[in-house]
Write a protein that binds this ligand. Structure first.
Ligand code: BES
Ligand code: ZN
Length: 632
């Protein structure tokens, strides 16, 4: 994934000390307010003094101004000596702050720090139970992407979507933006009447004439799970408690791609306990969505690049669904513990895929992961970020995005798989089920997880396992030698096919001896990724002629092939590649391609020329990464 290290800011830490040191707090009042076990260097919030427990959001989404005009009414729990409420903000224009009696409260918008924005410090008393902030978002709001009709699939109406994780919620709602702080919410959102609004909450299924939509989220969530989507969106039901939203022309395709969704939900519940969020819907967003998926509660946000037509890329849905337990129920206490969200989710994702499609299938996913992981560790070593290859991170003063590497995901996965293989699946599953149940709606630190592992798994079953066993995985860099090795006959066959191809470039032999006509997306990915470096024009042309990689409609396969287009200067692929880069905003696809380009001076020129056209279609999280790579 990405490793664009951003400028560090050693100032943040000391700055917060200066700002906050003047507030006296007693130990007893701290524990009375919030059972918090986290210090979050990416939030200004001081939840032990005053913590937000509920948000009532009223907003008007204005496409002409590309702004949200809103008020956030916050319900508070305050310590008996509370004097201040501190909210996180980024590029918000604050109009007024009042209490529940409509009395003005004095406030200070502090200094803006890179990444984390500015603290909004509001004077309160212990009896202040409600604070209302009236404000507008700015055009720089990093969570928001405003699309012109031409940037949507149907090209008829504008579109807005948010991406709040990791710390971008503060650019559209003044809130305590820390994963350890949870609140319930309700909202009333006004949008142009031809559009539908959806949130990470109870949702409408069709437009109404007023353009006013109300939402309720009864389960407490951290701010990074706040989400909003506005556009010409329609709904199609998939089952009793699931369905899909998309632009009209995408809806039927999306509904058929996700037809196994109910099976996935049942498989997940059978593994780790009931689904706690009532409905599970998916919205397929326009192609500029910067991620594959985002686990916004009740409404996963997804990229259209997973609509392959054959359900072959829907493990992403299993992944986002799995977050309904790992992440949304049990949440990383801060972004240094990100692996607790993502590693557990990849593990759970593969277990769901195994339950629905079989072990052969999930083992292919695991092997592709292992390949990613090894490559990323090598890259990180070379780039001097070897320290970031341990599961537990130190992102103080940095962009939490720096932690979004395959370490959290794939190293996290293999660690949990090793635990499973060491103690046996039955014991591990009952431990995990209990872990999700007893820590529901709570945050978890790495240390807290280790304690539970020790007491509830190792001690409970009298297993003699030394701390060194897990400490090597969690606190040390690199991949320990006891990393499990997935087994896949299918991939062994592909590896043989690769050797065959290198020996005689015979398509027929691949078909007859290696069944390539029946290969799945994952086998093709193994094949393309396994092709040797330095292919000649003749070899590239022969491959393309035989297997049609340049014209594939499968985004993952095209992305893997596009690396070879760039590396081998395969000109026949340039036009489709440019189109792909302009039409796709998914950062996981973009970064490896732009990185491949900048390996040569001509490539860099080409990348810059394409980027100039493509950049307006990218969300901030993608463009900020590419800006940095290309030195723009
Ligand atoms: N929660 C993540 C996306 C994310 C992480 C956004 C950190 C911002 C900061 C989501 O669940 C995710 O992991 N998406 C992956 C899916 C894949 C691993 C199946 C993606 O977008 O590629
Ligand atoms: Zn995830």
């Amino acid at each position: 994934m990405n490793k664009y290290i951003t400028k560090s800011l050693s100032l943040v830490a000391c700055c917060s000390v200066i700002l906050f040191a003047c507030t006296p707090k007693s130990e007893s009042s701290e524990s009375a307010i919030m059972d918090t076990n986290m210090a979050d260097g990416h939030s200004y919030a001081k939840p032990n003094e005053a913590v937000v427990t509920h948000l009532n959001w009223k907003a008007e989404v204005n496409f002409e101004l590309q702004k949200i005009l809103a008020s956030a009414s916050l319900t508070l729990k305050t310590a008996e000596d509370a004097t201040q409420l501190i909210l996180d903000t980024k590029d918000l224009s604050i109009k007024s702050v009042t209490n529940g009696n409509n009395e003005e409260l004095s406030f200070v918008l502090g200094e803006v720090m890179p990444h984390i924005g500015a603290p909004l410090t509001i004077d309160i008393t212990p009896s202040t139970k409600n604070v209302i902030v009236t404000y507008e978002t700015s055009q720089e709001a990093e969570a928001l992407q405003w699309l012109e009709p031409s940037q949507t699939t149907d090209k008829a109406s504008p579109f807005l979507f948010t991406q709040s994780q990791a710390i971008l919620a503060r650019s559209w709602v003044p809130i305590q933006d820390s994963p350890g702080i949870r609140f319930t919410y309700e909202a009333e959102v006004t949008v142009p009447t031809e559009l539908l609004a959806l949130m990470s909450a109870s949702n409408p299924t069709e437009k109404n004439e007023s353009g006013v939509y109300t939402f309720e989220m009864k389960q407490a969530i951290p701010a990074y799970l706040l989400a909003l989507s506005v556009g010409d969106i329609e709904f199609s039901s998939l089952g009793d408690r699931s369905g899909v939203y998309a632009e009209p022309s995408v809806l039927a395709k999306a509904a058929s791609e996700f037809e196994d969704l109910e099976k996935m939900i049942s498989a997940a519940e059978a593994l780790y306990g009931p689904y706690r969020w009532d409905r599970y819907d998916i919205i397929v967003l326009p192609s500029s969505f910067p991620f594959g998926g985002m686990e916004n509660p009740r409404l996963t946000f997804a990229t259209p690049t997973i609509l392959a037509g054959d359900k072959s890329l829907t493990s992403l849905v299993a992944h986002e669904l799995a977050h309904s337990w790992s992440g949304n129920l049990v949440t990383n206490a801060n972004w240094n513990d990100f692996w607790l969200n993502e590693g557990f989710t990849v593990y759970f994702e593969y277990r769901i895929m195994e339950a629905v499609y079989g072990r052969d299938y999930s083992e292919m996913l695991a092997l592709l992961s292992l390949q990613d992981l090894k490559a990323e560790i090598a890259d990180m070593k070379a780039a001097g970020s070897y320290k970031d290859t341990s599961l537990k991170l130190d992102l103080e003063g940095r962009n939490p995005d720096d932690g979004m590497t395959s370490i959290a995901y794939d190293k996290g996965y293999f660690f949990l798989r090793l635990l499973e293989e060491t103690v046996g699946r039955e014991k591990f599953d009952s431990f995990l089920k209990e872990y999700f149940t007893s820590n529901s709606f709570k945050s978890m630190t790495t240390k807290g997880f280790i304690e539970k592992l020790q007491t509830q798994l190792f001690d409970a079953y009298e297993l003699d396992i030394e701390p060194a066993f897990y400490e090597a995985w969690i606190y040390s860099p690199d991949l320990p030698e006891n990393c499990p090795t997935p087994v896949s006959d299918k991939f062994e066959n592909v590896d043989k096919a690769l050797a065959t191809w290198q020996a005689n470039q015979s398509k027929e032999e691949l078909q007859s001896a290696h069944n390539s006509d029946d290969w799945s997306t994952h086998e093709w990915l193994r094949f393309v990724r396994g092709l040797p470096e330095g292919l000649t024009l003749e070899q590239m042309t022969a491959l393309d002629l035989a297997f049609g990689f340049t014209s594939t409609g499968n985004s993952e396969i095209f992305d893997a092939w596009a690396i070879l287009i760039i590396a081998n200067k395969y000109e026949a692929g340039y036009e489709p590649l440019e189109k792909f880069l302009i039409n796709t905003g998914r950062r996981k696809f973009l970064m490896p391609l732009y990185r491949e380009f900048v390996k040569s001076p001509e490539g860099t020129e080409m990348a810059k020329a394409i980027y100039e056209k493509a950049r307006p279609n990218y969300h901030f999280v993608a463009s900020s990464s590419i800006d940095e790579l290309l030195g723009m």
